[in-house]
Write a protein that binds this ligand. Structure first.
Ligand code: SF4
Ligand code: SF4
Length: 219
């Protein structure tokens, strides 16, 4: 019930925002406009401690050992790749949020034996792979987030991340992807950012204030 009420309240505010923007910016085509509401990611950074590096290295060693007996990660069965314009929109939304869903990456970064199998199959040996991932650990990362989560995004190149990292989207961004999968590109997209984190979206005690509204150019 709380969830339904929160969604209904969000919807009402979004309708008002679109109505106001329609009045303020009459030159834009609002009939084909989209709106996506993103949460606020954590922003404070801290030094990566030796303890965290060790925990990450132990995780890498464990999944590298396990990798010999697993199938590589695959995107089969997940959503087909989005057209470039929609992917750009989603990337912009995630940049505004600053990786809110990376907060649970901890010292494992969602890397698994299956991710390592995929990497080993690219021809890198296990020792070199461990060294490479360790060398990519940033000096500072978002406090309370993933060991690879920096102020400017993920320290790992996309092709080295887990499939989960590369295919997961929070509810609002996944909804936008679903809506646009079979629809034309929007004339413009309104990005609304709220103060709550992604985990507290439906928490009545969280701050749900709108902290940014941005009109993105046509995708
Ligand atoms: S998927 Fe959602 S929570 Fe994750 S970075 Fe993007 S907007 Fe933020
Ligand atoms: S590895 Fe990168 S994308 Fe994955 S949770 Fe960590 S910071 Fe986020």
């Amino acid at each position: 019930m709380q969830r339904e009420q929160a969604l209904a309240a969000e919807d009402r505010q979004h309708v008002e925002i679109l109505e106001r923007l329609r009045l303020e910016q009459p030159d834009k085509d609002w009939d084909q406009a989209e709106l996506v509401a993103v949460p606020a990611g954590l922003t404070r950074t801290q030094m990566i401690t030796a303890h965290r590096r060790l925990a990450y290295e132990k995780h890498l060693c464990a999944i590298l050992r396990e990798a010999a007996s697993v199938e590589p990660e695959t995107t089969e069965g997940t959503d087909p790749p989005m057209r470039a314009a929609v992917q750009r929109l989603c990337d912009t939304a995630c940049m505004q949020c600053k990786g809110g869903c990376c907060a649970t990456g901890g010292d494992h970064a969602y890397l698994s034996a299956e991710t390592m199998r995929r990497e080993l199959d690219r021809g890198v040996d296990a020792a070199a792979l461990r060294k490479r991932y360790m060398a990519q650990v940033p000096a500072r990362a978002i406090q309370g987030g993933c060991i690879n989560q920096t102020e400017t995004g993920c320290a790992l190149p996309r092709e080295q991340r887990s499939e989960l990292c590369n295919t997961y989207y929070c509810g609002p961004v996944q909804d936008l992807r679903d809506r646009l999968a079979a629809a034309p590109d929007p004339s413009c997209t309104v990005l609304v950012q709220r103060a709550h984190t992604t985990r507290r979206r439906f928490d009545p005690d969280a701050d749900h204030d709108i902290i940014a509204i941005e009109v993105l150019a046509p995708a």
